[in-house]
Design a protein around this ligand. Structure first.
Ligand code: IVH
Length: 697
């Protein structure tokens, strides 16, 4: 069957299963058919990134399979989609030898390095022009997988290259890694595949948000998060991290007699084969070119797209495409001669820790913030950096005057990777934590199970001020002209002293403040007025309830018609909501049982702030119902402006290119997104000019 027919056929079977839920009999044949349907949809979702059914429909099918298997335990197979979960707690990770040692890659940093490497390849191969395959260098944790007789039998960390840790139960939690694959169809009996496990930027950000909400220090980069996740001893926690597995190299194969070598004779063929077998190989990202000049062009193109990719990459890997030539070139004791890494500009830099001051946050948490020697990293200048809490300072061994290594990956808040104690000269001083609140002078308190010292005086001015700053902030009530600087100024002169006072601002008094002309006052008034109609989830988030981030605020808002309904929720009923754990439920419960908080909400209500949930308004415009992605450098608009224009005209921005996309708008030097879009029928590729015309017609 052709691919398209297979898709349509599976889709038909899917809807039959969903429709005839009751009639479907749990026969062995039926159960396996259902497993195959689920595997197909997992592949569409986790590997191809292009789902054909909703999460709800997937869950229905999954629950059906779970029920059938529970009723017929003898019919459960070890590669059933239900078998990913359930391994539970892992005692230890046994040391295991890789079938072939995991070598590293030679690094290159500029064009001259690449030209030099190409020269060596040409010399050794006696070819004039070599074909190269280029793919991203994924910034994650390296792993090797072993499949035997089609089943995943082992997943191992890199370790020292020879011996790693067997982390199979955790690897089984990664939905883009198949538990079984049809290698036997290609007469492969045993195969070792190399790859990288990573956390995409979005999941990394979400994960860090949960850490911050819990008062824990966030991680510096997705690589650390992935490596750490693979070593967790509770598989259910690993499953929740949403790790992804990219597989890019076959290091070892044993075959049965009929193995047909002809099907795979280049690296790009291998990536395609892995993809067809259900693996997330970089088949779509890969480019094949002849000669190093084109390689150089491609790596530069890709570097420009780096920030638009959903995952972190720290460079590109260039590989000799012909596998026979790879074999001929062989390896040194450290790395293969047939591949080289081209490293992108570092997002790490060294600096000096100059001083530390202690900030009191809206929940009373006292956070040490380090002033550092300003340094340019990841496109911004960093001059201060949070060092989170006492444990963090100890763990990173930080002292005043230390040299430090900092990192800013993607759009993540910069973090200290480590201190460099070897560079100390004896003048460094320990960082001493205060025992009293630096703002209100009351004694600080540290709950037993927490890492954070707190000021528990809820009237502490610093906390009140921070709560107001949070309330008006962009992701909360988004009172545009207010901004942190203005809140501080108004608070200082006594114009505001609480959240409700924002809506009672004395305009005449405002006129007396320097820098406030009629226009800025009118803007401010308008922004305050508009904020009264913000969607309910924003108000919930704006209240600054501990552990309630934007996601939890949305979950809560979806359940209610009016914010006061949350007074009737018990801790138990809150725990039943998606992603609401014991701590979060406790915090929400306490907030809505506290009379002061309810009084605050009542006051906001009388001041005209909307307390009800209303259905979102669908914006009608030229672009209603249409989806857009922008790629490359636009010449007339900033990307953020263009995206805003889409939304204002009723359209929607997607994060990546998939069959759901209607328009890809390309600027100069559009890269991988354009290539991907060309392969998907139905996507219209248009220029910036075309886009602007669409808006004006
Ligand atoms: S090929 C025998 N391809 O980078 C050669 N490695 O710094 C196998 N990496 O050890 C490596 N993306 O962990 C290869 N597309 C890619 C990669 C990649 C990331 C990692 C890998 C390697 C390290 C070297």
């Amino acid at each position: 069957m052709h691919l398209k027919e297979t898709i349509q056929d599976t889709q038909k079977q899917t809807s039959n299963w969903l429709k005839g839920a009751e009639e479907n009999k749990p026969t062995a044949k039926n159960i396996e058919a259902l497993r195959n349907i689920l595997r197909f949809h997992e592949h569409r979702y986790y590997v191809a990134n292009d789902p054909l059914i909703s999460d709800f429909e997937y869950d229905q099918l999954y629950k059906m399979l779970e029920k059938f298997e529970k009723e017929n335990p003898a019919l459960v197979t070890k590669d059933s989609p239900t078998q990913r979960v359930g391994a539970g707690l892992i005692k230890d990770f046994p040391k295991t030898q890789h079938l072939v040692p995991m070598l590293s890659l030679e690094n290159s940093y500029n064009e001259a390095d690449l030209i030099d490497w190409d020269r060596k390849v040409k010399e050794l191969s006696t070819l004039e022009n070599v074909e190269y395959s280029i793919e991203p260098k994924f910034d994650g944790a390296s792993i090797s997988l072993v499949y035997e007789n089609d089943f995943l039998v082992r997943g191992i960390t890199r370790g020292d290259g020879e011996i790693g840790d067997d982390i199979t139960p955790n690897i089984q939690q990664i939905k883009s890694i198949p538990l079984s694959a049809a290698f036997s169809k290609h007469h492969i009996q045993q195969i070792e595949i190399r790859g990288e496990v990573l956390l995409n930027k979005n999941n990394f950000k979400k994960y860090n948000e949960t850490l911050i909400e819990e008062g824990l220090p966030p991680l510096a980069n997705p690589r650390n998060a992935a490596a750490g996740s693979l070593r967790i001893k509770d598989t259910s926690i690993v499953a929740k991290r949403n790790l992804e597995g990219f597989l890019y190299h076959v290091s070892f194969v044993t075959t049965t007699g009929n193995y047909n070598k002809e099907i795979v004779h280049t690296h790009s063929d291998m990536l395609k084969l892995l993809w067809e077998l259900g693996f997330r190989s970089p088949q779509k990202e890969m480019k094949v070119v002849k000669g190093i000049e084109d390689v150089i062009k491609v790596v530069h193109e890709f570097e420009k797209e780096r920030d638009n990719l959903p995952y972190e990459i720290d460079g590109m890997v260039i590989k000799v495409n012909d596998l026979a030539l790879q074999e001929k070139l062989g390896m040194t004791s450290h790395h293969p001669r047939w591949a080289i890494a081209f490293k992108f500009k570092a997002r790490q830099a060294t600096s000096k820790l100059l001083s530390v001051h202690f900030q009191v946050g809206r929940t009373g948490a006292v956070t040490p913030v380090a002033k550092i020697q300003p340094v340019h990293v990841g496109g911004v200048t960093v001059s201060s950096i949070s060092i989170h809490n006492e444990d963090y300072i100890k763990e990173k061994d930080l002292q005043l005057g230390d040299s430090i290594l900092i990192e800013r990956s993607g759009d993540v808040i910069p973090q200290i990777v480590k201190s460099l104690p070897d560079l100390r000269n004896g003048t460094e001083q320990p960082i001493i934590f205060p025992t009293k609140c630096p703002e209100c002078d009351q004694a600080l308190f540290k709950p037993e199970d927490e890492a954070v010292w707190r000021c528990i005086n809820i009237n502490c001015k610093a906390q009140v001020l921070e709560r107001i700053i949070h309330f008006v902030s962009k992701d909360a009530m988004d009172i545009r002209s207010f901004g942190e600087a203005n809140v501080r100024k108004f608070f200082e002169v006594g114009l505001i002293n609480s959240i409700p006072s924002i809506y009672e601002l004395d305009i005449t008094a405002l006129k007396k403040i320097e820098g406030f002309g009629e226009k800025s006052i009118a803007n401010l008034q308008q922004a305050i007025e508009q904020s009264k109609n913000q969607p309910l989830h924003r108000l919930i988030y704006a209240l600054g309830i501990r552990y309630v981030g934007e996601t939890t605020a949305k979950t809560l808002a979806q359940k209610i018609k009016n914010i006061f309904e949350l007074q009737d929720y018990t801790e138990e009923s809150l725990k039943n909501l998606d992603d609401v754990g014991v701590k979060v439920a406790g915090s929400i419960f306490q907030f809505f049982q506290n009379k002061d908080n309810i009084d605050l909400l009542k006051k906001l209500d009388t001041l005209g702030v909307k307390m009800q949930n209303t259905t979102p308004v669908i914006i009608e415009g030229n672009l209603t119902g249409k989806t857009f992605v922008f790629t490359g450098t636009l010449s007339r608009l900033k990307r953020s402006e263009a995206e805003e224009m889409v939304e204002k005209n009723g359209g929607k921005i997607l994060t990546g290119v998939s069959s759901k996309l209607h328009y890809l708008v390309i600027g100069e030097e559009a890269g991988s997104k354009l290539e991907k879009a060309k392969k998907i029928p139905g996507i219209q590729i248009i220029s910036e000019e075309d886009f602007l015309k669409m808006l004006s017609t």
